[in-house]
Design a protein around this ligand. Structure first.
Ligand SMILES: Nc1ncnc2c1ncn2[C@@H]1O[C@H](COP(=O)(O)OP(=O)(O)O)[C@@H](O)[C@H]1O
Ligand SMILES: [Mg+2]
Length: 353
């Protein structure tokens, strides 16, 4: 089922959180709202669930306007960061809850709940209380409880944020597998860009109540449109562009504080435009004297991180980060060494906002 926000506005006191927000979530997709804390992700999710009514605008499920449809009539399954399980009921009863509320006969509800528990690998825990479960297991129960009602829409609000890294990565694929099997339209909220890239069919990047870019993970990563997206989704080196010079050899020439850089990117240079270069796209040049297209600098910091060796290089355009794969690394550079940086020819021009 396709889900849409149409001309949504919402204020809290004098603070206008959303103004004329439009968003379409295509049917069957795993769709992620990604943005820093406070940008409005949870509020949008709660509007879909029916917990928050927008000041104006509409929420559509397919072609149906559900803006005024109450929570229990929306056919929505929800999972929250804090599990929200009933502590005094067994795991099985927790999963049965939504079915009982829908008047599904007890024995049938039991069978469906046990089947869902099996899918999340917890059938052996059916009679336990949630308190006897680990965080990861509780979140599996919460997933089973959300899916057992066969919702039209699944809403996941930072369900992995309270878990430690290893478990988070494990549960990512479980959630994705369950979603794909059920083919259910899913809206996932996170502030974690890696999680968003790893799990989603589509990502909408949010900044202060606005959706700044929507696309497939690879598209957003490779072609961020603004400096905010470039830096929030994977981190980027941002180099302010001072002026565009006449092109040469099919490459655009852009003057920066640290010399002339070259790119094939066809985005126009407006006021505040910057060049965005990922740290893993930077390389050291062979010499310490920079030619056009390179930037000169001095190594300020070297950080060995296992698979990656990270450098911070002080340049006339500020500190730039260079990440090299340790196994493919040539000569190690030392702190204080003068170096040149080769920038990729497809470095992106991004707008200020
Ligand atoms: N019920 C509320 N009353 C007042 N302010 C709210 C309420 N709900 C959300 N906000 C404000 O709206 C903004 C967005 O909140 P939220 O949607 O929770 O963001 P996120 O989930 O992205 O962290 C925040 O500044 C928050 O303080
Ligand atoms: Mg939130």
């Amino acid at each position: 089922m396709q889900v849409s926000f149409r001309s949504i506005a919402q204020s809290y006191g004098r603070h206008k959180l959303f103004q004329d927000l439009d968003l379409v979530i295509p049917s069957g997709k795993f769709f992620t709202l990604l943005g820093p804390s406070g940008c409005g992700k949870t509020t949008l999710l709660r509007m879909l669930g029916g917990f928050v009514r927008p000041d104006s605008g509409q929420i559509l499920f397919g072609n149906d306007d559900v803006t005024d449809v109450p929570v229990h009539r929306r056919g929505v399954g929800m999972v929250f960061q804090d599990y929200a399980l009933f502590p005094d009921r067994s795991v099985l009863d927790n999963v049965c809850y939504g079915l009982a509320a829908r008047n599904v006969p007890r024995s049938q509800a039991r069978d469906r709940a046990l089947h869902m528990l099996q899918r999340v690998g917890l059938e052996a825990f059916a009679d336990r209380a949630p308190a006897g479960l680990s965080g990861g297991q509780r979140q599996r129960v919460a997933m089973a409880r959300a899916l057992v009602i066969e919702p039209r829409l699944l809403l996941l609000d930072e369900p992995l944020s309270a878990l430690d890294v290893k478990l988070r990565v494990e549960l990512r694929s479980m959630i994705r597998d369950l979603q794909t099997e059920a083919g259910i339209t899913t809206v996932f909220v996170t502030h974690d860009q890696e999680e968003a890239l790893a799990m989603s069919d589509l990502v909408a990047v949010m900044d202060r109540g606005r959706i700044v870019q929507t696309g497939e993970p690879r598209e957003i990563y490779a072609h961020p449109r603004t400096a905010f997206v470039a830096d929030f989704v994977g981190s980027a080196n941002l180099i302010p562009i001072e002026q565009e010079l006449p092109p040469a050899d099919g490459l655009r020439r852009l003057r920066t504080a640290a010399g002339i850089v070259l790119t094939r990117c066809d985005v126009s240079v407006n006021a505040g435009a910057q060049l965005a270069v990922r740290s893993e796209e930077m390389q050291f040049g062979p010499d310490s004297r920079a030619v056009e297209g390179q930037i000169a600098g001095v190594i300020e910091h070297v950080e060995f991180r296992g698979s990656i060796t990270g450098y911070t290089v002080r340049t006339a355009a500020g500190a730039l980060r260079v990440d090299l794969r340790t196994t493919q690394h040539g000569r190690l550079r030392a702190r204080g060494e003068a170096v040149t940086l080769d920038l990729p020819r497809d470095a992106r021009i991004v707008r200020a906002s």
